[in-house]
Design a protein around this ligand. Structure first.
Ligand code: PLP
Length: 378
């Protein structure tokens, strides 16, 4: 095929099975389309995935983290330590509850929050850590929870990208404090939009239920009260049946993604970094769910021009995840500026996300690697 006839290869594309489409149709015909039995069944399946811990579903991964912070009692005057390399939601939820985001730089190899720098950032006002598992790679959970224990901090894990990732042989979500997942369209498991929060006990689960539905509790036929300020964050049964279909396939989905990741390493070859200066992700097989496969371009390559050539000449559409949060206007206005987190700023400028999705095949990987080599090795 010439490049004119090649289909555009995106970096991500949702896959919805015919069974899920039929299940959505059945919900739409059932007379019960909002939160109901399907959402409860999805919560039960997620709880089983997370070792029996309580799980509640929401309509986004963003509100899930905000509610986790509210459950932890975090508000004005409190500091929360997080990473500048994430979707902006990670820091926005800290502002949303009235607390102060405190960034520390990333570890340039894992591209996650540098735990060596976390302890130095802790002050008497620090109340929580909010690590992100970028591309599905968890941080060192032993060290994370050792720091949290010694300083009596809560942890809200932004595991939005890490459903099916592992630490020490256990699913992310089966261990830890509060753990937030997202089911947005690009994630390994999607409900179009949605999220869930893994909690510690029944009391936290009850609070999560209140925060997601206007703070209301009901009893009997007509008993109703509202005792906390909640919002409207519930998941619909239309979304939940898509998730129920996908969770049954998640192991197979993630195994496929791991095979694609391995194929990327094989095609790039052991001397790729030496030859080009581009940096591949850590080969964290056994931990990562390979949500993304990200390349850090060498500093002499301008990312926008690289992305443009990949699209124009090879019809490959790349993403980037992410721009450093502290350099957005909202955060600059709060005193953050360039130069504060050099690893995050370099990575934020030079990262690209290569095609990685459930229906990608090895030919797509080969086409991508060949294109990148043509540009970088020229
Ligand atoms: C997707 C994502 C979110 C937000 O999840 P939504 O469901 O889109 O609200 C937050 N953090 C990270 C790291 C994400 O990848």
């Amino acid at each position: 095929m010439t490049s004119e006839t090649l289909p555009v290869l995106p970096f991500s594309r949702p896959h919805i099975s015919e069974e899920a489409i039929a299940a959505v149709g059945a919900v739409l015909r059932s007379g019960w389309i909002t939160s109901g039995p399907k959402t409860q069944a999805f919560e039960a399946a997620l709880s089983e995935w997370c070792g029996g811990r309580p799980v509640r579903c929401f309509n986004s991964g963003t509100c899930t983290m905000e509610i986790a912070l509210r459950i932890a009692g975090i508000g004005p005057g409190d500091e929360v330590i997080t990473t500048p390399i994430s979707w902006v939601a990670t820091a926005n939820v800290i502002l949303e509850v009235g607390a102060t985001p405190v960034f520390v730089d990333i570890d340039p190899r894992s591209r996650n929050l540098d735990l060596d720098q976390v302890e130095a950032a802790i002050t008497p006002r620090t109340k929580a850590l909010l690590p992100v598992y970028l591309a599905g790679l968890p941080v060192d959970m032993g060290r994370l929870y050792d720091i949290a224990r010694r300083h009596q901090l809560r942890v809200v894990e932004d595991a939005a990208q890490a459903l099916g990732s592992h630490w020490d042989g256990q699913h992310i979500g089966a261990i830890g404090d509060m753990v937030s997942f997202s089911f947005q369209a690009n994630k390994n498991l999607t409900t179009a939009e949605g999220g869930c929060l893994v909690l510690n006990n029944a009391e936290e689960a009850r609070l999560a239920e209140k925060y997601r539905l206007q703070g209301v509790t009901r009893g009997g036929y007509d008993q109703i009260d509202c005792d906390v300020l909640g919002g409207k964050y519930n998941m619909t049964d239309v979304a939940a049946v898509i998730g129920l279909d996908q969770i049954g396939q998640l192991d197979a989905i993630n195994a496929h993604r791991a095979r694609l990741a391995q194929h990327y390493y094989d095609c790039f070859g052991a001397d790729f970094t030496e030859k080009t200066g581009a940096v591949l992700p850590l080969p964290a097989f056994g931990q990562s769910n390979w949500h993304l496969f990200q390349l850090e371009l060498p500093s002499h390559i301008e990312r926008a021009a690289f992305m443009q050539r990949m699209l124009d000449e090879f019809k490959i559409f790349l993403g980037f995840h992410y721009a450093p949060i502290h350099l957005f206007s909202l955060y600059r206005a709060r005193g953050f500026h360039a130069g504060m987190f050099p690893h995050a700023e370099r990575y934020g400028r030079q990262n690209v996300s290569l095609p990685m999705f459930n229906t990608l095949d090895t030919a797509g990987v080969e086409r991508t690697v060949a294109a990148i080599k043509q540009i970088l090795c020229a």
